[in-house]
Write a protein that binds this ligand. Structure first.
Ligand code: ZN
Length: 228
């Protein structure tokens, strides 16, 4: 064992003693800090499925987990507490997807470029990051998918969670545009729109309209969680 390894080992023991690692979902103690989720939660968190929300411009919309089972706490922390402490747990979930869900590998094979639903500049500044990029960028780069900033939010929009489908559409109308010079990266490309949570698909649909009008050939959607 090298000195560095011994130091890390002792540091780990001290850390475990003062801050025993807990599963962010069920709060249960976890023996191996690097697992981030307990075995039970880890086994049941994935709910990989294509969503049955017909959106004419999107060929498929996939979700990886249900918003109700654990990812709610994790995403809430990332979005509203300005905290990235659960990011390793999210990465663990995404790695699990790659290892056990061939349907997502099939989806990724069809993609030329991925784009995160953008935040308004003010909100991104306030939060310090776009959580969708934090969730997906590294994971997709590791799968050899380019992630590009092709879209921007032209105005701040209100939260959508308390709005019905019509109100959502109204709230989002005209809220997105392409960034300067994005057209060449969009034209003829198969694009994957990324979001943290998908509910009615209104946000993805609005982004898809912009991408389609810039010449995207096929558009898909992928969300970490869906609440339906
Ligand atoms: Zn757990």
């Amino acid at each position: 064992m090298t000195i560095k390894k011994i130091c890390n080992y002792i540091y780990g023991m001290v850390l475990d003693f003062f801050y025993p690692p807990h599963c962010p979902i069920c709060e249960k103690y976890i023996e191996n800090r690097s697992e981030f989720l307990c075995i039970e939660c880890s086994a049941k968190i994935l709910a990989v499925e294509p969503l049955k929300i017909p959106k004419p411009l999107l060929k498929e919309i996939w979700r990886l987990t249900r918003y109700k089972e654990g990812t709610r706490e994790i995403l809430h922390d990332l979005k509203f507490n300005n905290s990235t402490k659960y990011l390793p747990a999210i990465k663990k979930i995404l790695d699990k997807v790659i290892m056990s869900k061939p349907e997502i590998l099939q989806l990724l094979k069809k993609i030329d470029v991925a784009v995160a639903v953008p935040l308004h500049t003010d909100r991104e500044k306030e939060r310090g990051y776009n959580q969708v990029e934090l969730i997906f960028n590294e994971w997709l780069t590791n799968q050899n998918i380019a992630v590009e900033k092709l879209l921007l939010r032209t105005r701040a929009t209100n939260h959508l969670y308390d709005k019905n489908a019509d109100e959502r559409k109204k709230e989002l109308a005209g809220a997105f545009a392409t960034v300067e010079g994005a057209e060449v990266k969009i034209k003829g490309k198969r694009i994957l729109i990324l979001d943290d949570i998908v509910t009615t698909g209104a946000t993805m649909s609005e982004c898809a309209e912009i991408l389609k009008s810039s010449g995207a050939s096929e558009i898909y959607g992928l969300a970490l969680a869906s609440d339906n």
